[in-house]
Design a binder for this molecule. Structure first.
Ligand SMILES: O=C(O)CCC(=O)C(=O)O
Length: 260
């Protein structure tokens, strides 16, 4: 069934490898597809971030607070409050917003995401990180009441490893679909401390193993909305971790999403 949804041009990797990655996704709750994004498009996005987003003075929505805030910069001038909703950016940031949309709507990524979702889809949310300060383990679906399926795509815009703040997943944890505390997170947009602690306790109690992923430019991790995942804080202050993440949901689920 999955194979029938994967077209010949689904990715440079070819249909056989894509079918295997779809198998990984079903088994492990995530799949890494290597070099599926064009390296030049990744470099262009980083350039646009540096040349247009960083000098931008007005508040923008942020990953942690979900509120508009000005940039918070570290001692090296890096933005440490990651952006939320980059696919919605226009106006003065149209160039960056359009480049984000072009990357997330590139046919190989859409075809793969829709094959995994088994549905036509729309982008529910997106983030852009310049550096990693660590994201605690969580399930994305816990934050979207009314949505039952979602696929995330985490795009490495440059090489990413444990030193620069790697993305990690608890392999297989999507099978514990609704971990303890799931309801607590649904009461608000911000991660509840109680929920995050219970999610971690539940995955470790089930014995799911944490896989810390090493990625090269253009590699994409597709992950199930129910898999527990997060990221490490950077261990190397001189390194950046430019990454773009977006989440696709079936078209009919878009109406349940909060409007911004
Ligand atoms: O990149 C990160 O640090 C976190 C991303 C994440 O948790 C997500 O996309 O759901």
């Amino acid at each position: 069934m999955l194979m029938t949804m994967l077209s010949e041009d689904a990715a440079r990797t070819g249909p056989d490898e894509l079918a295997q990655r779809a198998g990984d996704y079903r088994e492990q709750g995530y799949a890494v597809v290597r070099q599926v994004c064009d390296a030049a498009a990744c470099a262009k996005l980083i350039d646009l971030f540096e040349s247009t987003v960083k000098p931008y003075q007005r508040p923008l929505h942020r990953f942690q607070s979900h509120q508009p805030e000005p940039h918070l910069l570290d001692a090296r001038g890096r933005v440490i409050n990651p952006l939320l909703g980059v696919h919605r950016l226009g106006g003065e940031l149209e160039g960056f917003g359009a480049a984000c949309r072009a990357l997330m709507n590139a046919p190989p990524l859409v075809v793969m995401a829709e094959a995994l979702l088994q549905a036509q889809s729309g982008v529910a949310e997106s983030f852009y990180f310049e550096v990693s300060r660590g994201t605690e383990a969580h399930q994305d679906l816990a934050y979207l009441p009314g949505v039952s399926k979602m696929v995330g795509a985490w795009v490495a815009l440059e090489p990413v490893d444990a030193g620069s703040g790697a993305f990690y997943v608890y392999a297989g944890s999507h099978r514990a679909t609704k971990v303890a505390g799931f309801g607590a997170a649904q009461r608000g947009p911000d991660p509840s401390r109680e929920y995050l602690a219970e999610a971690l306790q539940a995955v470790t109690a089930h014995g799911y193993e944490r896989q810390v992923l090493r990625l090269e430019t253009g590699d994409v991790v597709f992950f199930d909305g129910a898999v527990v995942h997060g990221s490490l804080p950077s261990g190397a202050p001189e390194r950046t971790r430019h990454s773009l993440t977006f989440h696709r949901v079936p078209l009919d689920a878009l109406e349940y999403l909060p409007r911004r």
